[in-house]
Design a protein around this ligand. Sequence first.
Ligand code: ADP
Ligand code: MG
Length: 325
Amino acid sequence: EDLINRIAAGEVVERPASAVKELVENSIDAGATRIVVTTAGGGKTLIRIEDDGCGMDQTDLLLSVERHATSKLGADELDDIRTLGFRGEALASIGSVAELSIASRCAEAESGLRLDLRYGARSGPVPVAMNCGTIVEVKNLFARTPARLKFLKTDRAEAAAITDVVKRLAMANPGVHFVLNGSDRTAQSWPAVTGARALEARLSQLVGDDFAQNAVPLALSRHGVVVAGLAGLPTYTRANSLSQFYFVNGRSVRDKVLVGAVRAAYADYTFRDRFPVVALYVAVDPAEVDVNVHPTKAELRFRDAGGVRGAVIRAIGEALTAAGF
Ligand code: ADP
Ligand code: MG
């Protein structure tokens, strides 16, 4: 069992940033309004995620580290399992390749409980004093799986990957206050933004102060494809494509169809090795997307790629035309 866990862990948790992604997604699922991410040593030494979400009672806490235990999926939803990622595997997997500790307190409890899973060996739960919510700590990730460690990049590169993951999660969840700190970087804080212009405000926080001023809002709904977000003006470009962000149904993705559609949408405007800044949010019926590729890589396949491409090109084209381009 322990060995199986450790082999499987490599698939769910490729690197510190993938652990951070799973843990922050758990905090979002728990309804957190504030999430503090602290990392050191590129996330190898320490990953700490503190949230003010619903927390867990003792039963849920014990279940949380059981493989395939999830509170989020009914048996009838099993067909959708791929679109949801690794349901019920993240904590068990991380705890098999690191020193994991989960402290949690739900609203009804007078104190918290802490459960440890060190390289697969469980101890606790023991009572701890804490606020309502959950604190997950991951120390010495992959310390006992040298084959995994070997594939990691420098601390600086792993820390940059963590920053990127948290930024994308923050872009997808403007109503959540994110704090990113620890010895891996200068502390950053993105307070929650709400209201009609929440997305613009969040993108200004994360992409650049002047992004919203130099972009047009996207709003198109066509044949079941909803396109939102901000498209940078052709006069507001960057030297690389790192400032193009793609989300499908609230999740950050990498997808050739979307990248191609953006390129096509801007094809009429000449760029000499310049790239438009784009934050594209596409929503489709979940049945219309296939997550049949490695989910941590955030790749997907649209059933109707042509329809999605058409909608994105049209949304950007209309918005730029309306702005006089
Ligand atoms: P999944 O998210 O797929 O259900 P995980 O291994 O990531 O699987 O988490 C297992 C379970 O632990 C979740 O279903 C949830 O009930 C609980 N859990 C994990 N993290 C948190 C958190 N931050 N707050 C509240 N509950 C949590
Ligand atoms: Mg999870």
